[in-house]
Design a protein around this ligand. Structure first.
Ligand SMILES: C[S@@+](CC[C@H](N)C(=O)[O-])C[C@H]1O[C@@H](n2cnc3c(N)ncnc32)[C@H](O)[C@@H]1O
Length: 259
């Protein structure tokens, strides 16, 4: 995407409109309209988080690489030299985070899992588009439709379990369920990573009350999320080496090791 003055924003929205229209042409179910709007919504979140970025692509790169680096650093430090051959992305939505994980860990078998079959349909469509434009992968991504609290996947089968921007959408009992399932799914020495809004973020704390209220209208569990002691609960559930870092001014990445 070009970054010429204010023009790139117009081009961005035009491209998003064209992409959404082509998605809808090939996917006639009305419900996919909502799913097809996730991509522009995610990119606008990236731009808000990185206001100095000159394009949505640059904003995405800045935000995602800090998160991925946090996973790699934690895994290198605490896994006892275990490589990364299998990665699970719980709450993958339309697969943006899954594709980032697959690019970052090209030798790993990466699985995207979500509760929504519609998001998964868009995820598969986008991956097919990528492959048909010549950007195939050594290890194709697998997609699973399941609840992240009880996935039905085998125990001790993943080196990394990631939840990116999932738990702010969940009540506290569901966050506990997701953490317990992540612990079951990880191999000993494996790494869990949760990246999401940080309750300590000054940017979020200083949001005008009207904007915060507006945000809560689409994120009904935000108060439960902000009052949840994530690091403490992870330790209670059995994770070791729980670390939390601000990966940008709005978001933290919390990592832990399975015993
Ligand atoms: C904001 S999206 C995540 C975006 C994506 N991970 C990314 O970083 O681009 C949150 C996703 O979590 C999914 N989700 C919420 N609770 C879930 C659960 N219990 N099991 C699986 N997916 C869940 C929702 O369906 C939604 O697609």
């Amino acid at each position: 995407m070009a970054s010429t003055g204010g023009g790139w924003r117009t081009k961005f929205w035009r491209q998003m409109f064209m992409w959404r229209r082509s998605c809808l042409r090939t996917s006639p179910w009305c419900i996919l309209i909502a799913a097809s709007e996730v991509a522009p919504a995610t990119l606008s979140m990236m731009l808000r988080t990185t206001p100095t970025a000159k394009s949505a692509a640059e904003a995405t790169q800045v935000l995602r690489s800090a998160w991925l680096q946090a996973i790699s650093s934690h895994h290198q430090m605490y896994s006892g030299g275990q490589g990364v051959s299998s990665v699970l992305d719980i709450g993958c939505s339309i697969g943006d985070s899954t594709r980032e994980l697959a690019d970052w860990f090209p030798d790993a078998h990466v699985t995207g899992l979500d509760l929504s079959p519609y998001f998964l349909a868009v995820a598969q469509y986008m991956e097919k588009q990528r492959i048909s434009s010549g950007l195939g992968r050594r290890r194709p991504i697998s997609w699973v439709h399941a609840n992240g609290e009880c996935t039905g996947l085998p125990s001790s089968s993943f080196d990394v379990v990631s939840l990116a921007f999932v738990i702010h959408e969940c009540p506290q009992h569901a966050i506990r369920g997701l953490l317990k399932e992540a612990l079951r799914l990880l191999k000993p020495g494996g790494t869990v990573s949760l990246t999401d809004n940080s309750p300590k973020s000054k940017v979020l704390q200083n949001l005008p009350p009207a904007i915060f209220t507006l945000m809560k209208s689409t994120e009904p569990w935000m108060d439960e999320y902000f009052t949840f002691d994530l690091e403490g609960e992870m330790e209670k559930i059995g994770f070791m080496n729980v670390n939390s870092i601000m990966t940008n001014p709005r978001h933290r990445t919390v990592t832990g090791t399975a015993p």
